[in-house]
Design a protein around this ligand. Structure first.
Ligand SMILES: NC(=O)c1ccc[n+]([C@@H]2O[C@H](COP(=O)([O-])OP(=O)(O)OC[C@H]3O[C@@H](n4cnc5c(N)ncnc54)[C@H](O)[C@@H]3O)[C@@H](O)[C@H]2O)c1
Length: 416
């Protein structure tokens, strides 16, 4: 039986309007209903090896039941199988040209056509990659997003940014391609490792910092109840189970408020001509950390350090009052997210890694111009500094290195 969504948020753009359904029930009955919803399409479910292993029984049932559902009534033989499953190794390294090509070859071999649909089941890596495959396959086919990590539920799945990494930097090749719908099912969080759950909070805190002081207050007031996922220690749920509203009440509110922030920013500036850049707060440094750690530090943790250090830079550049920086530091630390750089990360290397960010447009055509990094400055908790409508300020290398050293001194004194 298909359940009604607990909440539906619409993302309305000039070119497209689509729903973000938020459910407290399991996603498997939702998936099973898709062949009926799209009777003329085949469904290509793309996920990573970790999810394919954790949910192998559910996937087996899904593929089997859907096949029966699509029996030809006259011949009683299976019609075109509605589902195909395609998997790839989990992790950031799969957001690559090579894995994209592998997925495309599998789609061609399975004779995927223009009216078929990709279902991206997974975290931000699956969403970015499968979404980008959908964006370019036969010049663009439909896809549906079913995020399974907190990072993806609150951020990555929303807003139509799809893409892959290159040796030259993160997310440097990609496209804006919006899904038909986003299905968020909380029970997926039951199997999510705690470190990935916490990582999702970095994006939620980022949303509060850039736009919503009320959400920030909710985080600080109820931090104890958010430390552990409401689904923690629950076994994976069967297709017909759901978590009760009371078990997830506050968390669900936090999640949907965070989604609403992202949705409003995307609606305001879908193609990131300026305002949407504010969503990159914490990410100039965050991406640099991910690159330098060869993606061993996960996205959420890297963004957490990025938020703290970019708040520090905002303070040092006199945009952000000191007490706001201290408050942000405490919240991120109290959420058990990292607030300092790993010892292996040195300021000059970090600066160089950050210059590979997309936000660093060149001012002149000259290739000899030294690259400077740009980041989104905070003005106060809940609001960014507009910087004449660019939402970006530059930081010279010498200033950065000095700020990095001072930050280390300050955090040494305050981290315990
Ligand atoms: N497109 C955007 O707007 C946007 C925004 C934010 C982040 N991102 C991208 O998202 C990526 C990070 O996403 P992520 O943090 O979800 O990482 P991820 O997709 O790598 O998932 C993290 C790990 O959790 C596992 N996993 C996923 N769901 C699970 C579940 N329910 N149970 C158990 N294990 C599960 C995955 O297999 C993986 O090993 C980065 O590449 C980042 O650049 C994109």
């Amino acid at each position: 039986m298909k359940r009604a969504p607990y909440k539906t948020i619409w993302l309305s753009l000039p070119s497209k309007r689509y729903p973000i359904y938020c459910y407290t029930s399991s996603g498997w009955d939702q998936l099973a209903s898709l062949p009926r919803q799209y009777p003329h399409s085949r469904l290509f479910l793309i996920t990573d090896h970790v999810l394919a292993r954790i949910y192998k029984n559910e996937l087996k049932t899904l593929l089997a039941t859907s096949r029966t559902a699509a029996l030809d009534h006259q011949t009683n033989h299976p019609k075109n199988r509605p589902w195909s499953l395609i998997t790839f190794p989990a992790g950031e390294h799969s957001k690559s040209h090579a894995v994209k090509l592998m997925l495309e070859e599998k789609l061609f071999k399975a004779r995927c056509s223009r009216n078929d649909i990709i279902i991206a089941l997974g975290g931000g890596v699956v969403g970015d990659l499968a979404g980008f495959v959908a964006a370019t396959f036969m010049r663009g086919i439909k896809y549906i997003s079913m995020p399974t990590t907190l990072v993806a539920m609150t951020d990555a799945a929303i807003g139509g940014k799809t893409g892959i990494d290159t040796p030259f930097g993160k997310n440097l090749i990609g496209a804006f391609h919006h899904p038909e719908a986003i299905y968020i099912h909380l029970p997926f969080l039951a199997t999510l490792p705690h470190i990935e759950y916490l990582g999702g909070f970095a994006e939620i805190i980022k949303h509060a910092l850039i736009r919503n002081v009320t959400l920030y207050k909710m985080l600080t007031t109820h931090i104890k109840s958010f430390e552990v996922s409401p689904l923690h220690n629950k076994r994976p749920m069967t297709a017909t189970e759901s978590v009760t509203a009371s078990a997830t009440g506050l968390f669900f509110k936090l999640l949907t408020e965070s989604i609403l922030i992202k949705v409003r920013v995307v609606i305001h500036d879908p193609l990131e001509t300026a305002y949407r850049r504010i969503l990159n707060f914490g990410h100039t440094i965050g991406h640099g950390i991910e690159i330098l750690s060869d993606y061993k530090i996960n996205h959420g943790n890297a963004v957490a350090i990025g938020c703290v250090f970019e708040a520090w830079l905002s303070y040092r550049l006199k945009y952000l009052p000191a007490e706001h920086f201290e408050n942000i530091f405490s919240l991120i630390k109290n959420m058990h997210l990292p607030v300092t750089f790993p010892i292996a990360i040195k300021a000059p290397a970090l600066y160089n890694a950050c210059t590979r960010d997309k936000k660093n447009e060149r001012k002149t055509a000259s290739l000899t111009t030294t690259d400077t990094i740009k980041f989104v400055p905070l003005k106060k908790i809940g609001s960014v500094f507009a910087a004449k409508g660019t939402y970006l300020v530059s930081v010279e290398k010498a200033f950065f290195i000095k700020a990095f050293k001072d930050f280390q001194k300050w955090t040494d004194q305050h981290r315990h």
